[in-house]
Design a protein around this ligand. Structure first.
Ligand code: 3VV
Length: 229
């Protein structure tokens, strides 16, 4: 991406086209915007720019936002670029390449479970220099959900217990790991940890969770746009 905020700010609103693009083409565009928005968020929370500069950037951002017009997705609508449950979620606040909030975490199969890698930045800060405890919970909740999917039992969190052993450093490659430890009917027990990439032996945060696969009637009611429900 070589376009700057100012380039965009002077572009007039583009008429909305019906979305009939190839998913990969759409995902690439969504990810490119997500990447730039994350850079904007990071710059915003790190800058020491003057109030004048902040006002000027505010005007530019407002004019950019106005360009994202046209049809808005409804509350429970699943984006056409997503694969739910158990696939890509472009706007997930944890893994979504299109999300300005996501680190984003990259999930891969690993050692009987799933591993997630990411770097938390200033926008995810709790204590100065360290990750917000809620961010750690969010990373683990998501990854433990992926562990359920990987085990063939997509499920929702009904209980999540966290233990914060050490602060999670910002600007440092992190590794999370989650695995299913037991399945009893629709109830799935899952464990998860966060460490740094450098030192897998020192657990920073550990979690135990109970996840439940909704019964088919409940799944239909919760996710009306899910194919097959
Ligand atoms: C087509 C399937 C689709 C599946 C969905 C897949 C999603 C994952 C997709 C993509 C993965 C990507 C990763 C994302 C991960 C993110 C995770 C989250 O953040 S999830 C959001 C936060 N969690 C909620 O909002 C749940 C709120 N809770 C509910 O809506 C209901 O509790 C629900 C639907 C989960 C279950 O409701 P019921 O009516 O189907 O089941 P009941 O009868 O209540 O419970 C079933 C059994 O579980 C036990 N149970 C319930 N809560 C429990 C608890 N806290 N601890 C222990 N057991 C519990 C019950 O006692 C019952 O056991 P007994 O059959 O009686 O033996």
């Amino acid at each position: 991406m070589n376009s700057s905020l100012n380039d965009h700010a002077t572009t007039s609103a583009v008429p909305e086209q019906p979305a009939h693009h190839e998913p990969e083409h759409e995902r690439a565009a969504i990810a490119a915007l997500g990447h730039e928005l994350r850079a904007l968020v990071d710059a915003t929370v790190r800058t020491a720019a003057s109030p004048d500069t902040l006002h000027r950037v505010t005007d530019g951002v407002r004019s950019l936002t106005r360009q994202l017009t046209g049809r808005r997705r409804a509350r429970a609508e699943i984006p056409s670029v997503d694969e739910f449950p158990g696939g890509v979620r472009m706007y997930s606040p944890v893994t979504g390449a299109g999300s300005p909030l996501a680190p984003p975490m990259r999930v891969t199969p690993a050692d009987g479970g799933v591993a997630g890698t990411c770097v938390l930045g200033k926008a995810h800060e709790g204590p100065p220099g360290y990750g917000h405890g809620g961010m750690s919970a969010m990373l683990l909740d998501e990854l433990m959900g992926w562990a359920c999917v990987a085990a063939g039992t997509p499920a929702m969190t009904v209980s999540l217990q966290l233990r914060y052993h050490r602060p999670v450093p910002l600007d440092t490659p992190l590794r999370a790991f989650a695995q299913v430890t037991g399945v009893e009917d629709r109830r799935v027990s899952v464990g998860g940890v966060i460490t740094t990439e450098e030192d897998h032996a020192t657990v920073l945060v550990a979690a135990d969770g109970v996840f439940v696969s909704p019964d088919p009637d409940r799944a239909r009611a919760l996710f009306p746009s899910l194919p097959g429900t």
